[in-house]
Design a protein around this ligand. Structure first.
Ligand code: URA
Length: 237
């Protein structure tokens, strides 16, 4: 079930704001009845009309992009920079599921299915987000434990479910660390490392839930299969 104004907006007939006005003006019918309540929920089989004209709903689309560096994770940008949406050929109003920073690479899902996106982003579903970070310095066991035990930053406790040291390079004074987190707070990985005294030089999301980068090179994308979409729906708690 989705909110009526959202369904109208995703049909392309009106913006969300305009859709709300149309509802309040009594111009919208659901299954032949005028509806003037903004929170009204509708499902896929409900017939929605605006000024007696049936709207068609946008098909749901799902993509996995291997996000390259130097692209913003947003649908639009006021500075007209390239966004992840520009990399995908579609006319559907898709948006990214969560965010990766401008300089972060890796798995990014995009869709126009709000419920699908919510399942992957809601902390209660404990979805694994697997990152690999190249950091400045040789990380100590004590600092790895701090990341695992949770670090309080700006009144929030940020925790990594798993932290694994993959490699140390004493020549370049860098470490490669893999961490699994369940939340998706703004700049979470960088903030966590910064709190224990390390700068992140490179960050890649290797996996989100069961989605990885297999057969998808940087800047390329693929459609999800119906089976994968169903599997995400089955992860809802
Ligand atoms: N954590 C970060 O700091 N940046 C990202 O892009 C993703 C997670």
């Amino acid at each position: 079930m989705e909110r009526l104004q959202k369904v109208i907006a995703s049909s392309g007939k009106a913006s969300r704001r305009k859709a709300e006005e149309l509802i309040l003006q009594g111009k919208v019918k659901v299954n032949g009845e005028i509806v003037t309540e903004l929170g009204t929920k509708v499902n896929n089989t409900d017939k929605i009309e605006i000024d007696n004209e049936l709207i068609t709903k946008e098909e749901k689309e799902y993509y996995l992009l291997n996000k390259p560096r130097g692209i913003i994770t947003s649908t639009t940008d006021e500075k007209n920079r390239k966004t992840v949406i520009d990399l995908i050929k579609t006319t559907a109003r898709i948006y990214p599921v969560g965010r990766l920073d401008y300089d972060t690479t890796g798995v990014l899902l995009l869709t126009n299915d709000g419920e699908f996106a919510n399942i992957l982003m809601h902390p209660k579903n404990n979805i694994d987000k697997v990152y690999v970070a190249k950091i400045k310095g040789i990380i100590t066991g004590a600092d790895i434990n701090k990341l695992k035990n949770g670090i309080t930053i700006d009144n929030e406790v940020l925790t990594a479910t798993k932290v694994k040291l993959k490699k140390v390079d004493s020549k370049s004074n860098t470490s490669i660390v893999q961490l699994i987190i369940h939340e998706g707070k703004n700049h979470q990985v960088k903030r966590m490392f910064s709190a224990v005294g390390y700068e992140v030089l490179k960050l890649k999301r290797e996996k989100l839930a069961f989605f990885d980068l297999k057969n998808v090179s940087s800047g390329k994308y693929r459609k999800l299969t119906p089976k994968e979409v169903a599997k995400v729906y089955s992860m809802k708690k």
